[in-house]
Design a protein around this ligand. Structure first.
Ligand SMILES: [Zn+2]
Length: 289
């Protein structure tokens, strides 16, 4: 029985497997976020508690262990952050949704994309920076994936030899990365001139290039606008709440990372592109006239 036949025969088993793989990847993302910001190796030493004791494998099951242990380490009783099961569940759900919405090859590429975005999101929340290794390395992954799976950029041309489609996917990915990063670079320069202070990090510029490499330049523009809107919708109530406080300690005490909102906009685009793309295209036609 081929893989495709097995997938048709037992869809639920594959869906559970995809969810479990997502949870494990989420667990690894947690490790990467916590260790890389401390400058530690991500492979050695193996999982250990804050008190230094090693964590047994059955205490290290993604999502489940946190609930079984009720959020407390068995060795020393110290609290384990809810961040752990949250990131694991989030990654697992995104993986499952991708699996249910795309062909396997395309879904696999988007799983890599989503994993890097989730990593960047939580790293940015912790440190207000995004490591270039993740975004530049991710852009390289995106270009390779786009050459292998032209469907990522809708670049499959049925009437031409397969080689042409792969070349088109590669070209669109490289062009979109440069266009998206270039566009945000200028926006950042202008904003800096206008505000006379740093408006956004350089990491955000490279992050949008990475998003463009996977989603195309239209996807990157969508992620920029959708991300800004989602960010405002979530943050405005918080900023307003901050303003209501009786004592202000010089300006708003909130420093807001932009990366997580860009990442959220990109994920929305991946799922919504089939409805959003025609709208973007009709907008662009207005300018072309
Ligand atoms: Zn401990």
């Amino acid at each position: 029985m081929s893989f495709a036949e097995a997938a048709n025969e037992f869809p639920l088993i594959l869906q559970i497997a995809v969810f479990a793989i997502g949870a494990c990847v989420g667990s690894f993302i947690n490790v990467c976020v916590f260790r890389i910001q401390k400058g530690q190796s991500i492979t050695y030493p193996p999982s250990h508690c804050e008190c230094g004791k090693p964590i047994k494998f059955y205490e290290n099951i993604p999502i489940l262990s946190w609930f079984i242990l009720k959020g407390k380490a068995r060795c020393c009783g110290c609290r384990i952050s809810f961040r752990h099961p949250f990131v694991e569940t989030l990654t697992a759900l995104v993986f499952l949704a991708l699996w249910l919405n795309f062909e396997p090859a395309q879904a696999a590429c988007y799983m890599v994309f989503a994993s890097i975005l989730i990593f960047c999101t939580f790293y940015d929340i912790d440190t207000m920076t995004i490591p270039d290794a993740a975004t530049i390395g991710g852009t390289v992954c995106a270009v390779v994936a786009s050459a292998m799976v032209p469907e990522l950029h809708d670049a499959r041309m049925a009437d031409l030899p397969a080689f042409a489609s792969h070349l088109k996917g590669f070209g669109l990915s490289v062009f979109s990365a440069a266009a998206a990063a270039g566009f945000l670079y200028w926006v950042r320069l202008l904003a800096e001139k206008a505000l006379k202070r740093e408006a956004m990090g350089e990491g955000d510029v490279i992050l949008l290039g990475f998003i463009g490499a996977f989603c195309g330049w239209k996807g990157a523009i969508f992620a920029l606008f959708a991300g800004s809107i989602i960010g405002c919708a979530v943050m405005l109530p918080l900023v307003f709440w901050e303003c209501l406080k009786p004592k202000q300690s010089g300006g708003l005490g909130l420093e807001i990372p932009f990366g997580p909102w860009l990442a959220a906009g990109a994920i929305v685009y991946v799922f919504a592109s089939r409805w959003v793309l025609p709208i973007i295209d009709s907008f662009l036609l207005l300018f072309a006239k």
